[in-house]
Design a protein around this ligand. Structure first.
Ligand code: NAX
Length: 330
């Protein structure tokens, strides 16, 4: 059997982690023959809760899970780590200004980036989930200059899965029959879910999503706003934010990093924009269509972009520039 890998999950006492840890520990993400040491990081007041999570993981009696280590120290957590899933962040509290929220999170991701820089393996793959995910990811990457920016990404897979599922339900097919939807930009309500390049398998025939759905008004209207507002709709209904679906998306994202994407398919993730893709400014973490091979992502370039898409891609980029400039000025 392979040597165990060290996987860190931050915000490990929270609700997303509660849905996520079991899937990781049972081999859904890194493979059924890959032993794992799970490191659970949270803030000091949550350490007693972490102890409970550790007990539950032990009680799952999972053969791949070699050790579970709870800690409140980022330095200790990231030591020699192979994969880091940064879920924990400062939630928005009542009356909190956007700037204060950004500031609190910038501080968290600076500290964690610096700890990764100092203690993690240089090959570590870092996935940022905690919001504002794109900007937090940029801050972490900038705070870890010895780790390639290629190793950092942020989660827009939940938005991607939401978009695929909406199209599948509309066409009356299962979600695996829909591929190549794209989430462009920020994981926020300015994100642009785009199906101009998506395909739907309709009775075995690969069909353009626009032809399969046959409702352009819906695709350009309610479809987009439904995906953009889905997180808020779930909070309204459940009185809690998405957790099960977020955990599933995290697993999909990390599994694709580890094992690659399928031939002819692309997925969405927030990655470092170097200024040479789709006219998006450099030095942002922007969600693009990517393909992954040998644990290395590549932006799918050269897709034709119409005026409708252009405007939406630029609007979400503008929001990210503003967020970045504010975060870096703090
Ligand atoms: P919870 O509030 O249930 O859990 C968050 C946990 O993070 C808490 O246990 C808290 O103590 C911990 N934490 C706070 N600061 C920390 C720090 N400095 N180091 C380590 N741990 C720390 O939130 P949950 O529902 O699990 O959501 C976590 C984050 O995911 C939120 O920021 C949320 O907005 C974000 N989301 C991002 C999504 C995405 O697609 N990118 C989708 C789902 C989710 O909304």
């Amino acid at each position: 059997m392979a040597e165990p890998i060290r996987v860190v999950v931050t915000g490990a006492a929270g609700q997303i982690a509660y849905s996520l840890l079991y899937s990781i520990a049972k081999g859904d993400v890194f493979g059924k023959d890959q032993p794992i040491v799970l490191v659970l990081l949270d803030i000091p007041p949550m350490v007693p809760v972490l102890e409970g999570v550790v007990m539950e993981l032990q009680d799952c009696a999972l053969p791949l899970l070699r050790e579970v280590l709870p800690t409140a120290s980022p330095d200790e957590a990231f030591k020699d780590c192979d994969a880091a899933i940064l879920v924990g962040s400062m939630p928005r509290k009542e009356g909190m200004e956007r700037k204060d929220l950004l500031k609190a999170n910038t501080n968290i991701f600076k500290v964690q980036g610096a700890a990764l820089d100092k203690f993690a393996k240089k090959t570590v793959k870092v996935l940022v989930v905690g919001n504002p995910a794109n900007t937090n990811c940029l801050v972490a990457a900038k705070s870890a200059p010895s780790i390639p920016k290629q190793n950092f990404s942020c989660l827009t897979r939940l938005d991607h899965n939401r978009a695929s599922s909406q199209v599948a339900m509309r066409c009356g097919v299962s979600s695996d029959k829909v591929k190549n939807v794209i989430i462009w930009g920020n994981h926020s309500s300015t994100q642009y879910p785009d199906v101009h390049h998506a395909k739907v398998d309709v009775n075995g025939a690969e069909t353009d999503a626009y032809d399969a759905v046959k409702d352009e008004a819906w695709l350009r209207g309610d479809f987009i706003s439904t995906v953009q507002q889905r997180g808020a709709a779930i909070i309204k209904a459940r009185k809690l934010s998405s957790a099960m679906s977020a955990a599933k998306a995290i697993c999909d994202h990390m599994r694709n990093i580890w094992f690659g994407t399928k031939e002819g398919e692309f997925i969405s993730m927030g990655v470092y924009a170097a200024g040479n893709s789709y006219g998006i400014a450099e030095d942002l973490i922007y969600s693009f269509p990517v393909q992954i091979k040998d644990k290395t992502w590549k932006i799918v370039d050269g897709l034709p972009i119409n005026d409708f898409s252009r405007k939406k891609m630029d609007a979400t980029a503008a929001e990210l520039v503003e967020e970045r400039d504010m975060a870096l000025s703090l």
